[in-house]
Each structure stands twice: as structure tokens, then as C-alpha cells.
Design a protein around this ligand. Structure first.
Ligand SMILES: *Cc1c(COP(=O)(O)O)cnc(C)c1O
Length: 266
């Protein structure tokens, strides 16, 4: 007899932004990971979802290679990075760590597609045909394939990257031309705001878009995954159907480098 409301997150954690304590030991990382996983499990169960449906992607941007090694020792086997050159450097310097995979989650310039093609196991910010074409060509040359997410601008902010929601259907129809790209789903960044209903609207609109698109996707494209939610808002995202949450600060600690370095809008 569950009398809890179906969704009940009423505040974002964005006021914590910049205040998370630094993780400086394997134990710190173990504790932070456990806490985040517990929050994922709690919110999933509350809305009747299986916590196993939600993948936690730890986001390690700005943190040093020694810190990434601690995170690895605490169990992280996949790390998300926003900037490809930073990711590529870390990949090279941490290549002694078995089974560590890299997910590039930030905007990519076409001329850097060859770096992603070389080392990434996932790319979450596909937002143009030109980029799809460049990635596919570079992947073919490397003999690799890549899981990709199409980034959608659900907040309507002109400074945010991603396709407009009404461009996604046409875009997906082109994807079968790029045989090295395996489209897995959609990704979005919500409005960065403490206004929960407006944040929730971003996530809900990505899910609704996905549900509509599913009826007309071409062969080879799957839209099972929705990558949405970060430290301040991942619980709202899970309530709205996220299958991947990208969490940095709640695991690694506050970042010294301002987010404007990563998100032109911040
Ligand atoms: C940095 C970043 C995140 C994680 O943000 P946190 O506040 O550290 O959890 C998620 N997604 C993208 C695209 C990012 O650049």
C-alpha cells in the first residue's frame, strides 16, 4: 500500500552547487558512490522503477588523474568528460587501468571527431549531420563503432547545444547512413534552475519526444536510453524516466573551474 505521491521531489540540489566536499581518498569515493546509488535506488523504487534501469555515469571533468585513479579503485569503470582534449589526455595517462571506458558528454567540434573515434566508448552530444558524418568516417578508419546519444535542447535557451525537439525526427532518419554510429537514445541538460516544475518540464519533454519518435525510428536506431540529470537534479530526472544520470560533483566534490568553461550559458 503505497500512499506516497508518484513524484515528490520538490527542490533541486542546485543550491549545493560548488559546495560539495572534495573526495580525497578511496573511502571518500566509496561513500559518495554509495550515497548516490542509494538516492538512485530510493527515487526509483518510489516511482515504481527498477533501480537497475538507471546507469550512474560519474563525471570526472576538471579532476586530476590521481583523483580519477582513486575513483577507479572505488569501483568506477566508466567516466564522463565534457571536453574531448581533456578526456583524450586522461585516457592516455590512465591506459594502465583495465576496463576503464570513456564517455564524451560535451559539444564536439567536427575537427576533433578523430580523437573521439580513437578512444571513446560513448558520445552523448551528437547534434549535427556534419558531426555524424565526420565521426562515422573516422570510426570506419579506426575499425570501431560508437554508442551515441542525440543531444536535444529541451530548455529552449539559445546558448544550449542540441537539436531543437522538432528537428530530431528528420535527423534520426539520416542515421542509417552512418553504420559506425549506434544510436542508443537522447540526452539533454535541463534548465539550470531551482524552479523544480521548469526543470521537470525539460526532462518530461525529452521522454515524451522519445515516446513519439519511437513509432517512426529507422532500423538500427534504438531510443531506449534517456541521459538526463546531474548532481543537482538527477532525482527529478529519474522520476521522469532517465536511464543514465551524469553525476560529477556529488561524487568528486565541487569543481574549482567555473561551469561557464563547459557550458557557455552558465
Ligand atoms: C559537468 C556535467 C555534468 C555533471 O554535473 P555535476 O553538477 O558535476 O553533477 C553532467 N552533464 C554534462 C554535460 C556536464 O558537462
Amino acid at each position: 500500500m503505497n500512499t506516497l505521491p508518484k513524484s515528490s521531489v520538490t527542490s533541486t540540489g542546485h543550491e549545493q552547487h560548488g559546495r560539495y566536499p572534495q573526495a580525497g581518498s578511496v573511502d571518500d569515493f566509496r561513500r559518495n558512490l554509495m550515497q548516490v546509488r542509494q538516492r538512485i535506488a530510493d527515487v526509483s523504487l518510489r516511482v515504481g522503477r527498477d533501480p537497475q534501469e538507471v546507469r550512474l555515469l560519474p563525471v570526472s571533468k576538471t579532476f586530476s588523474e590521481p583523483q580519477l585513479r582513486l575513483a577507479y579503485e572505488a569501483g568506477c569503470r566508466q567516466l564522463g568528460e565534457n571536453k574531448v582534449q581533456e578526456a583524450y589526455r586522461k585516457w592516455g595517462n590512465l591506459s594502465d587501468l583495465p576496463e576503464l571506458r570513456w564517455s564524451v558528454i560535451g559539444h564536439l567540434q567536427t575537427n576533433k571527431a578523430k580523437l573521439v573515434a580513437r578512444f571513446a566508448s560513448e558520445f552523448q552530444a551528437l547534434d549535427s549531420l556534419k558531426l555524424a558524418e565526420a565521426l562515422d568516417r573516422r570510426l570506419q578508419a579506426e575499425g570501431r563503432e560508437l554508442d551515441v546519444f542525440v543531444q536535444v535542447n529541451t530548455s529552449g535557451e539559445s546558448s544550449k547545444y542540441g537539436l531543437a525537439p522538432d528537428e530530431v525526427a528528420t535527423f534520426l532518419q539520416q542515421m542509417p547512413h552512418f553504420s559506425a554510429l549506434r544510436v542508443r537514445g537522447l540526452m539533454t541538460l535541463a534548465l539550470f534552475s531551482s524552479d523544480v516544475p521548469r526543470v521537470r518540464t525539460c526532462f518530461a519533454s525529452l521522454r515524451e519526444l522519445r515516446d513519439r519518435l519511437r513509432q517512426e525510428i529507422p532500423a538500427g536506431v534504438t531510443l531506449d536510453d534517456l541521459s538526463m540529470g546531474m548532481s543537482g537534479d538527477f532525482e527529478i530526472a529519474i522520476e521522469e524516466g532517465a536511464t543514465v544520470v551524469r553525476v560529477g560533483q556529488a561524487i568528486f566534490g565541487a569543481r574549482a573551474i567555473p561551469d561557464s568553461h563547459y557550458w557557455p550559458s552558465a
